[in-house]
Design a protein around this ligand. Structure first.
Ligand code: GLY
Length: 550
């Protein structure tokens, strides 16, 4: 369960997925650091305290509000496919998709060139106030002295079938019981990570060059290239060529507010399509968990995901009809097929202006990942989602941190019946993501709120609904994070297990929905400006911490 240190509004605020990260980030802000400085420290700590979710062996998307220039930046630190990667990375010799676990994931072939360290260094040069080395002091201390293993880390380890077979992760995260069997490290045990401490010291001293050209790069390359069934797939050149991309933020008007997020390959375009379709309805008049609203949200989500699967990918490789997908007439036309009394079976993609013909992408990304929001004492703000993809990424480790399996976010099949998938694997390309860091502005271009979540492909549905909570239903950040979940990505309407929503199954089935009662693992971290400062919320489904700073 999350903890909120105080519910009073504060001048600055930190919300991250873990107490060590939130507390260290808050210290950085109290010391005069910016939201960016605090996010760097938090991310370095999350790498070790929540290795199941995120880390410097992965990538992420950052939205940064620079208050002195009143400018919003959108920075893409997504992993890229190495030069050796091609459309058949995840197919067998019969051109069939290989198995996700263990074949595709637990293997160097799933590892993309990580982007987080370059993302943090470049943004630190522009938005940081404290010295780079200072941001590493607390992370190094925690790596050397250890941290108390959380329930979330322990519980995730319990259902990891393959991790205990892969070294050095097995020795770090499991211990032998009396019967000589491996068991997850216990809740409350102190976990020390000396290898990571050494990596942090090198990065602290030598910056991103160390990660992309130095010993750390070589350690990652050696780990990947010596893993099963691969040889020389990752090279130093792949690391030297890695670039962070400074993109134009993607912003849309939603009723009285401006919503801003990351353009593709991130997920915000889909979040915004859901909301722009819902703008045609009096959302306020619906109860957030009423079956009527669940039906509407489910139908609109299904239309959105269907377009996503066919048209979206890395915009530097594929022409994406961004304007076409967000066009008001197009969305009006899409939503016109939604009926109040029956569900659309298998919605097809629409025909947005500028769309090319592609096959469907089957996105099987897992519900790992981490989101943080921070506002500093200068009014700067950050909303950032980062990931190593599935729990514990590829399970491979180098320098004390996990390496991502982000390349499995590409379509495993490059085409169907000769028609290419937009999100097929290509050298140098970034896989399509659902991550949707969002900042909402009021009509005077002042920050209204910040939100984002982990959760694989469900991220889009989680984030869109938290925005409805904040804007249409007037909820606090905590309330907006805790609305029971419902969504539909294709033909199944998902209702969150263990919630009041289970009672709506019959109503929904009667109007044609296929319903599945599922555990939904969002980790919405939200902050909102109120007249006296900021208030925050951390999703009750995970163990994030809100720290107010005055
Ligand atoms: N790997 C999860 C995502 O990027 O959406």
């Amino acid at each position: 369960m999350p903890t909120v240190e105080a519910s009073e509004p504060s001048k600055a605020i930190v919300v991250t997925a873990n107490k060590y990260a939130s507390e260290a980030a808050a210290k950085i802000i109290r010391r005069g650091g910016t939201a960016l400085d605090a996010a760097v420290t938090a991310q370095l700590i999350l790498t070790m305290t929540t290795p199941q979710s995120t880390g410097i062996g992965g990538g992420g998307f950052m939205l940064y509000w620079d208050n002195s220039s009143s400018k919003l930046y959108a920075i893409d630190g997504r992993e890229v496919a190495p030069q050796s990667a091609g459309p058949n990375l995840f197919t067998d010799r019969n051109s069939k998709a290989i198995k996700f676990y263990p074949d595709a994931v637990i293997n160097g072939r799933s590892v993309g060139v990580p982007g987080l360290i370059k993302l943090m260094e470049e943004t630190h040069k522009k938005f940081g106030k404290l010295e780079w080395e200072e941001l590493f002091i607390e992370p190094i201390k925690i790596a050397e002295e250890g941290f108390s293993v959380s329930a979330a880390l322990h519980n995730t380890l319990q259902y990891m079938r393959y991790l205990k077979t892969v070294e050095p992760a097995s020795s770090l995260y499991f211990e032998k019981n009396n019967l000589n069997q491996l068991e997850p490290i216990k809740i409350g045990s102190i976990l020390i990570n000396q290898e990571y401490a050494k990596t942090l010291k090198r990065l602290s001293k030598n910056g991103a060059d160390e990660f992309y050209e130095g010993e750390t790069a070589q350690m990652i390359i050696d780990t990947v290239n010596s893993s099963d069934n691969v040889s020389d797939i990752l090279t130093l050149e792949d690391f030297q060529n890695y670039n962070v991309v400074w993109r134009d933020p993607l912003c849309v008007k939603y009723r009285e507010h401006k919503l801003c997020g990351m353009p593709p390959p991130a997920g915000n375009i889909s979040v915004f399509m859901i909301l722009k379709m819902l703008e045609n309805y009096d959302v306020k008049s619906f109860q957030p968990t009423s079956p009527e609203f669940i039906h509407l949200y489910s139908e609109i989500s299904a239309l959105t995901y269907s377009d996503r699967n066919f048209f979206l990918a890395d915009p530097d490789y594929v022409d994406i009809p961004i304007d076409g997908l967000l066009n008001a007439e197009y969305l009006q036309d899409r939503v016109s097929i939604v009926s109040e009394t029956s569900s659309i079976r298998n919605p097809k993609p629409g025909k947005p202006k500028g769309a090319k013909k592609y096959s469907e992408n089957i996105d099987i990304s897992r519900d790992s990942t981490s989101h943080l929001v921070i506002v500093d004492l200068f009014g700067n703000a950050i909303s950032m989602t980062s990931t190593i993809e599935g729990p514990f990424g590829s399970h491979l480790m180098a320098g004390g941190f996990l390496l991502n399996n982000e390349l499995t976010d590409f379509s495993f099949l490059p085409h169907y019946d000769g028609v290419p998938t937009a999100n097929r694997v290509e050298a140098g390309k970034r896989p399509l993501s659902s991550m949707s860091p969002t900042i909402i502005f009021d009509k005077n271009n002042k920050i209204h709120s910040l939100t984002g979540s982990p959760g694989g492909t469900s991220i889009i549905g989680y984030v869109a609904k938290s925005i409805l909570g904040l804007l249409d239903w007037g909820m606090t950040p905590q309330e907006s994070a805790d609305i029971p979940h419902y969504m539909r990505k294709k033909d199944v309407t998902e209702l969150e297990k263990g919630t009041e929503l289970e009672e709506h199954q019959k109503f929904l089935e009667a109007i044609g929905h296929k319903v599945s009662i599922k555990r939904k693992r969002s980790g919405l971290h939200v902050a909102k400006k109120v007249s006296e400062g900021y208030i925050g919320g951390a999703d009750s489904r995970r163990e994030g911490l809100v720290v107010p700073i005055n």
